[in-house]
Design a binder for this molecule. Structure first.
Ligand code: SF4
Length: 404
């Protein structure tokens, strides 16, 4: 059920973490298909000479049987595959969006130990929920999950809906997640098409459509539904596994190990290098921030971020826009009505999906700091991983492990 790194996203996290599909060279997609590729109009392909001339539809038609036989032999042993509880399937799917499988496993187990049912999730206090998610990033996902859990409790008596259309009405549940839960938990007739699946399908059929376009995903979903076998959950998970372990996003796919090799449009030559087609990447917006670690003998000052937007509702040290110099930082502190001694500073960087933060942190030992969070309670606050290095440094500073 899982990709090399992540599931498709209902929102926009760090690109390429889990769906690092290869970008076609500009203009390549508009060229005539090279030898070895099936044209998108369904005409026969020279690439399939060994298996006879095959249309994209024929390639797809041959896929389920070969794929399921391979899955029965090679499926990965993952904790969420030991259950068909839709709640657990759903939690795993949301966590796997843009996060690697091996990273997700401990989070999945910890989260479900704390919140074993959809009712527990619906009733969880916000800061505890954000803390359980700390390190996974994209906190709007877990907020959406809680909103959806409340919908399930309120409108469906705490029972997960079984059909794709109703699942789609839940907050934060997109086409992919609805398809995954519907098929994996209930063997419902639903396709689960994410970037990894698109990569496999584009290569298998030689399709040169831009896979980031909604119409391409809708088209792939429709084509999957035409060939979907009764074991729909296993079938969807099998394509995901194939994308994660064989039809790799980075580097040459392991076609020699692929159950689709005999009828794949990329079975010969280097066509795999050009597929799937992606649009050129947009640059990230750069922003500069200054953080203030203000502490006394008892604790550290934290503030809560706004309830919407990036890192909504998480805790952070006070922050100012721009990269302030030491004199400006001292002035900022005075203007805030706080007096303190500047000990040192540190610089860092964090990359989000579309934004890059260049950061500078100042560490001030303060007198009469009111409202500071006692050091022993810092662990209860959800802190963005964007600041992890600064907090590590702060701990060392407090412990006297840093020479100033
Ligand atoms: S044969 Fe190669 S390119 Fe085709 S689906 Fe399999 S791994 Fe991907």
């Amino acid at each position: 059920m899982s990709g090399p790194s992540s599931r498709p996203k209902s929102e926009a996290p760090i690109a390429d973490a889990r769906d690092p599909v290869r970008k076609a060279k500009p203009g390549r997609a508009a060229q005539s298909p090279p030898a070895g590729e099936s044209p998108p109009d369904g005409r026969s392909s020279p690439a399939a000479e060994g298996a006879g001339p095959l249309s994209p539809s024929e390639r797809l038609r041959q896929m389920p049987q070969a794929l399921l036989a391979w899955y029965d032999r090679a499926a990965r042993d993952l904790p969420w595959r030991k259950t068909r509880d839709p709640y657990r399937v759903w939690v795993s799917e949301i966590m796997l969006q843009q996060t690697r499988v091996d990273t997700v496993i401990p989070y999945y187990e910890h989260f479900l130990a704390a919140l074993p049912t959809v009712r527990d999730l619906a009733g969880c206090e916000e800061q505890k929920l954000l803390k359980l998610w700390e390190g996974l990033g994209y906190y709007s996902r877990v907020r959406n999950m809680q909103a959806a859990a409340r919908q399930i409790v309120r409108s469906f008596g705490g029972e997960f809906p079984r059909d794709w259309e109703t699942l789609r009405t839940l907050k934060g549940v997109g086409d992919y997640t609805a398809g995954a839960v519907c098929s994996i938990a209930f063997d419902g007739r639903a396709a689960a098409v994410d970037g990894n699946v698109c990569r496999v399908l584009a290569r298998l059929t030689g399709d040169r459509s831009d896979i980031t376009l909604p119409r391409t995903r809708a088209d792939f979903r429709a084509r999957i539904l035409e060939v979907l076998p009764p074991r729909s959950g296993d079938f969807n998970q099998a394509i995901m596994d194939l994308g994660a372990t064989v039809c790799l996003p980075n580097g040459r796919p392991l076609c020699q190990d692929c159950p689709l090799e005999k009828f794949c449009a990329c079975r010969e030559g280097d066509l795999w290098r050009e597929l799937p087609v992606l649009p050129p990447k947009k640059g990230r917006r750069k922003e500069q921030k200054t953080l203030f670690f203000l502490f006394d003998g008892e604790g550290l000052l934290l503030e809560k971020r706004p309830d919407s937007g990036l890192l909504a509702g998480l805790s952070q040290p006070p922050m100012a826009e721009g990269l302030l110099g030491p004199a400006e930082a001292e002035r900022w502190l005075t203007d805030s009505g706080i007096s303190g001694e500047l000990l040192t500073s540190m610089e860092g960087r964090h990359i989000f999906t579309h934004i890059e933060w260049e950061m500078r942190a100042y560490f001030f030992r303060c007198r009469e700091l009111s409202g500071a969070v006692p050091f022993g309670e810092l662990g209860r606050h959800p802190l963005p991983s964007a600041f992890s290095a600064f907090f590590r440094f702060f701990r060392q500073l407090r412990n006297g492990e840093v020479l100033i």
